[in-house]
Design a protein around this ligand. Structure first.
Ligand code: ZN
Length: 299
């Protein structure tokens, strides 16, 4: 069965960009009778807070977007990530990285860097295995990865140039984002990943990691970002564009859904509606691939 997911980090309240991604992932799954789950990506230690995750879930609820199964919190999934690391180590695919943050800043010549992404130059690649108490990186195979994006069409990326060997386990004992994403999508049988275009550059790396773990490859769709009314990054204002802040300005959840649905090609004009009204009208061919600008009256 098709299975979509929405996987926010509980480091703040959901803003319009997050809500648009959530709705698109839900619509894409529901439009074909598929399932939909929510996962909290809270492996990033102290920046993640349980109560922010709970608030995010209440906002999704208010839009009618409810996970089919109990929400997975990645902070509960340590044993699964540890098993995955052990499997990668058994295949000689991990090596310890002793680089400090400062080393990495000095080393990174970033000709392909997008959005601040700096490829790891592989300085520690030849180091011998030293155990699970070191930072660990995946040894990426050489060469580009071809993949198909539901929204952007055929893609071809060299993960070595975009991320370099990804960090899977951090020196402070936290499992890294890339590992948790691949393991959890695989464990739940996620067949479709819908997320913001800011994550497009890590997709080839995620595909390599899925291959290394023997996991199937989901379909991908990377949505254009929600931009300020005059274009460009929302910046600080993004924080003020959550459901609660909009409600204080008299914008209802149904009005937000109408605008989001319109921005995803489901409606001729933004008009208040419910999520289930939008599902039968959703079609990736009608979703505009570029950025969408928030209404000036809301920003
Ligand atoms: Zn290193």
């Amino acid at each position: 069965m098709p299975l979509g997911r929405f996987a926010p980090s509980p480091t703040g309240l959901l803003h319009l960009g997050n809500l648009r991604t959530a709705l698109a992932s839900w619509l894409s799954a529901r439009a074909v009778g598929g399932g939909w789950i929510v996962r909290m990506e809270d492996v990033d230690g102290p920046r993640c807070r349980r109560e922010l995750g709970e608030a995010q879930l209440r906002d999704l609820d208010a839009l009618g977007l409810v996970s089919d199964v109990p929400v997975v919190w990645q902070s509960d999934r340590g044993s699964a990530y540890r098993e995955a690391l052990a499997a990668l180590q058994a295949g000689d695919l991990l090596y310890p990285c002793l680089c400090t943050r400062k080393d990495l800043q000095t080393l990174a010549s970033a000709p392909h860097a997008e959005d601040g992404l700096r490829p790891y130059p592989g300085r520690c690649r030849e180091r011998d295995w030293e155990g699970f108490d070191r930072a660990l990186r995946l040894r990426l195979p050489e060469g580009p990865v071809a993949w198909e994006d539901r929204l952007l069409g055929p893609q071809m990326d060299d993960p070595g140039a975009l991320t370099g060997d990804p960090l899977l386990f951090r020196r402070d004992g936290c499992f890294a984002y890339h590992l948790a994403v691949a393991v959890d999508d695989g464990a739940k049988g996620v067949t479709e990943v819908v997320r913001g275009a800011d994550l497009r550059p890590v997709t080839a790396t995620h595909i390599r990691l899925q291959e290394a773990l023997g996991l199937p490859r989901p379909a991908y769709a990377h949505l254009g970002l929600v931009a300020a009314p005059e274009g460009g990054r929302l910046g600080k204002r993004a924080g003020a564009l959550g459901l609660e802040a909009l409600a204080e300005r008299g914008v209802s959840a149904e009005a937000v859904l109408g605008w989001l649905g319109w921005s995803l090609g489901c409606l001729e004009r933004p008009e208040p509606c419910r999520a289930e009204d939008l599902a039968p009208r959703f079609d990736w061919r009608r979703v505009p691939p570029g950025e969408v600008r928030v209404p000036a009256a809301w920003a």
